[in-house]
Design a protein around this ligand. Structure first.
Ligand code: TMP
Length: 214
């Protein structure tokens, strides 16, 4: 049985990562892989309820409550969905994961990043992505793509998103092997090509894909 893989898609709201995830899913399935598409927050039954609170609650939520809700969603997600899928040899494509917590709650909200790392470690129980794709866009492009209809997190304001973007870029510099930077200001086609190139390289290392036919 093929070895499973865990690939996470990261970036600010409006970076286009979800569009790319769907394109990559189709590409990998057409290449013969078994793929699971998932997201944080909100991939499990409990996670759906947590997502509803995090994105649509109109009462004020404290920063600690927000942090623990994202982590609770992750703990459930890892246990119920991600680990079992990887153990079955599937490629898991996950829209946001641990780096979102460091970028948004750490850099964005100003929570202690070392503590967040420890809490992330508890939530993931030893499972670390094989590859993380960071879709980087300027704040202007991101805000234009998000538009006027914003959820609770998207309404956080420009300075917050500047901190989030810089946080992601810091994370990439700290983890250059795992996190690959993609310029998501480019056209969808260019971003897709860059994304595919990185994934193919990773899979080729395992000799699991024949690129000549791609
Ligand atoms: P999305 O599904 O549109 O990406 O929305 C999820 C929102 O939650 C997005 O604004 C990023 C935010 N988020 C965090 O703040 N921390 C986290 O750990 C995760 C997974 C998401």
């Amino acid at each position: 049985m093929a070895e499973g893989k865990f690939i996470t898609f990261e970036g600010a709201d409006g970076s286009g990562k979800t569009t790319q995830l769907k394109i990559i899913k189709e590409f990998l399935e057409n290449s013969g892989y078994k793929v699971v598409e998932t997201r944080e927050p909100g991939a499990t039954a409990i996670g759906e309820k947590i997502r509803e609170i995090l994105l649509h609650e109109t009462e004020k939520i404290s920063d600690n409550c927000e942090m623990f809700l994202f982590l609770a969603d992750r703990a459930e997600h890892i246990e119920r969905l991600i680990k079992p899928a990887i153990e079955c040899g599937k490629i898991v494509l996950c829209d946001r994961h641990t780096d979102s917590t460091i970028a948004y709650q750490g850099y964005g909200r100003g929570k202690n990043k070392e503590i967040l790392r420890k809490l992330n470690d508890i939530a993931v129980n030893g499972l670390i992505p094989d590859l993380t794709l960071l879709f980087d866009v300027t704040i202007e492009t991101a805000q234009n793509r998000v538009g006027k209809d914003k959820d609770r997190m998207e309404s956080a304001g420009r300075e917050f998103f500047e901190r989030v973007r810089n946080g992601y870029l810091e994370l990439q510099k700290e983890n250059p092997e795992r996190i690959k930077l993609i310029n998501a200001n480019n056209s969808i086609e260019t971003v897709t090509k860059d994304t595919k190139d990185i994934i193919i390289k990773m899979l080729e290392k395992d000799r699991r894909i024949n690129v000549s036919g791609v």
